[in-house]
Design a binder for this molecule. Structure first.
Ligand SMILES: *Cc1c(COP(=O)(O)O)cnc(C)c1O
Length: 574
């Protein structure tokens, strides 16, 4: 029998193991110290996975992957078991750190894999605070003033892109895809009427987007039940932006077929190259189309600006003064993009990823609407959600897809926007563009390499490399450029295009080995960054620098990046 004063087992576990795992409900110095100690130790564990500066290693720890093939997935899953007894926090934190082995370290300048940003410390801290106190942005009652913080970000971004802040509205969501889905839902409801929310989609509204628009359009049309066949792909021009003549033709064809156009998506910065659609041109074509056919509804214009939005920090930049002292090439590249990005305000809604060019942790995305009245279309009836919205003035949960919506999205973005300001973002982007310019110059000087997206001026450089043996065959110093030119334009080169597509893939495979074994750069591959004039996919190797530590000096780029690519090609050749 238990003695009178002895605690029951559950109480013992609660007090000794459970409560210590939570933050103290009140100020308690020793609890704060304990927490700090856990943070300190965790930081130590994870920091020791970084290489030292000279090592030039762009991934953490060792490149030993637990999942090497599909069978391993099953093994991992079958072996996993929840422990019977609770462990110590120390042990758990040590164990979890080991899972970061082999992961790319996005903040390393040689990690140039994709538009995967290193998260800046202000956003990390914003996320940490959100994680600690867990505001839920379903409504104000569950998030306190973090609700106001979300509204502030909407205000800052509306102002940045040129929306009227007294009319605009927005909210954070789970990704660029979430923003796209929200826009699709709005556009469909606007096109088909509110009744469609009860009756379903019984017509075939069309969604128009350029051929190099993101595949999110497929998810959105699939998941809304509209159907992927109702997406029409518009041709692109050489700079990867939408061909407006083709857009107009497709719109007329939709009209002739009696199919309403629900939405036109302007991609403001494509994922592979950095194509920016002519939003002003698209808006003008829409107006013309509506007038010509005397339509009640203008197609909804959505700007998929998840990457390109950040260039809005240059809307107010004085390009003559150039007080950031950017080089001539960089300045020109930025100005060219700015000339298109400045029309973002013409879109009915804009999708923004802070977890891309805003340098926050994942996920942090926002949809911003030009006119708050649009939300009436999708707002649910309050009595469908009886236990919510009794005491709040701010109730985004009435129209968001999410019920619970963490405050972290907004907190991370707010902290970064406040910290960097226009100046900080200008410097981050400016440096990456300076570096892109240098990289392209170095590629230009390599006879076996050719840059294939020289017409767009984002952060990314796409290139192809050719075997040195081609030099003799073509008898030219510029053999890569000449070969690619023919492959691009001349249908009789289709076979060699396909062959050298395969070659790019082999080089990237070799680069992957060099990356882990010789601390080479982390580059990636796209099997289809666009199609040739005769509609064949073109593969390319992709260098997407995102680190604020990215270098610009040509000799360093040659040493740390190009030399490895040439080495990889040499190995494929033998
Ligand atoms: C990344 C991307 C998306 C998808 O956004 P997520 O945040 O990954 O969901 C959509 N469009 C473009 C152009 C993108 O680059």
């Amino acid at each position: 029998m238990r003695e009178k004063n002895e605690r029951q087992k559950w109480k013992k576990i609660l007090q000794e193991k459970v409560q210590p795992a939570f933050l103290a409900p009140w100020q308690e110095e020793h609890k704060e110290k304990e927490f700090k100690e856990i943070v300190r130790e965790t930081l130590y564990n994870i920091n020791s996975l970084k290489g030292d500066k000279e090592e030039q290693k762009c991934f953490l720890g060792e490149s030993k992957y637990i999942i090497k093939d599909k069978n391993d997935i099953l093994t991992v899953q079958e072996k996993a078991k929840m422990p019977e007894e609770s462990t110590s926090i120390k042990e758990v934190m040590k164990e979890v750190a080991s899972y970061f082995n082999g992961m790319f370290n996005w903040v390393h300048p040689k990690a140039m894999f994709n538009v995967t940003p290193p998260a800046a410390i202000p956003s990390v801290m914003g996320n940490l605070m959100g994680a600690m106190f867990n505001p839920n942005l379903v409504e104000e009652e569950y998030s306190g003033n973090i609700a106001a913080l979300e509204v502030e970000v909407v205000g800052m971004i509306s102002d940045l892109v040129g929306y009227d802040t007294s009319q605009s509205i927005g909210h954070f969501t789970f990704g660029g895809t979430g923003a796209y889905l929200f826009a699709t839902k709005l556009a469909l409801t606007k096109c088909l009427g509110k009744e469609s929310r009860w009756e379903g989609i019984r017509k075939d509204p069309q969604i128009l987007v350029s051929k190099v628009g993101h595949y999110a359009v497929k998810n959105c049309t699939d998941w809304t039940g509209l159907g992927m066949n109702n997406v029409r792909a518009i041709d692109i021009q050489e700079d990867s932006s939408m061909n407006l003549d083709h857009l107009e033709q497709v719109m007329e064809r939709c009209y002739e077929e009696g199919k309403p156009i629900a939405m036109i998506v302007a991609t403001m910065g494509t994922t592979d190259a950095f194509g920016i659609d002519d939003l002003k041109g698209i808006a003008e074509i829409c107006d013309k189309f509506v007038k010509k056919h005397n339509l009640k509804n203008r197609p909804f214009i959505y700007a998929d600006a998840v990457i390109g939005w950040a260039w809005s920090v240059f809307n107010s930049y004085d390009f003559k003064e150039n007080d950031m002292e950017f080089s001539k090439d960089t300045l020109k590249a930025i100005e060219e993009c700015r000339e298109k990005i400045k029309y973002l305000y013409l879109a009915d809604a804009i999708g923004i990823d802070f977890h891309k060019t805003g340098f926050t942790s994942y996920n942090s995305s926002m949809i911003c609407l030009k006119d708050h009245n649009l939300l009436d279309l999708v707002t649910r009836d309050r009595n469908q959600m009886a236990y919510l919205y009794q005491f709040s003035a701010y109730t985004p949960g009435e129209y968001t897809l999410e019920c619970s919506r963490g405050g972290n999205y907004a907190l991370g973005a707010w902290c970064n926007l406040k910290y960097f300001g226009l100046e900080g973002y200008r410097a981050i982007l400016g440096n990456l563009i300076e570096s892109e310019k240098s990289l392209r110059k170095v590629i230009e000087n390599e006879s076996s390499m050719v840059c294939v997206n020289y017409k767009d001026h984002g952060l990314v450089t796409l290139f192809r490399v050719y075997p040195k043996s081609l030099k003799k065959i073509l008898g030219s110093e510029q053999f890569a450029k000449e070969q690619y030119d023919k492959e691009f334009k001349d249908p009789s080169y289709k076979e060699s295009l396909v062959k050298y597509n395969e070659y790019q893939f082999k080089v990237v495979n070799e680069l992957q080995k060099i990356l882990f074994e010789e601390n080479g750069p982390a580059l990636s591959f796209t099997s289809n960054f666009r199609v040739t004039s005769y509609k064949e996919p073109i593969a390319a190797i992709k260098a997407y620098p995102m680190s604020p530590y990215m270098i610009c000096a040509e000799d360093e780029l040659k040493e740390h990046i190009i030399s490895y690519i040439l080495k990889a090609a040499d190995r494929v050749d033998c």
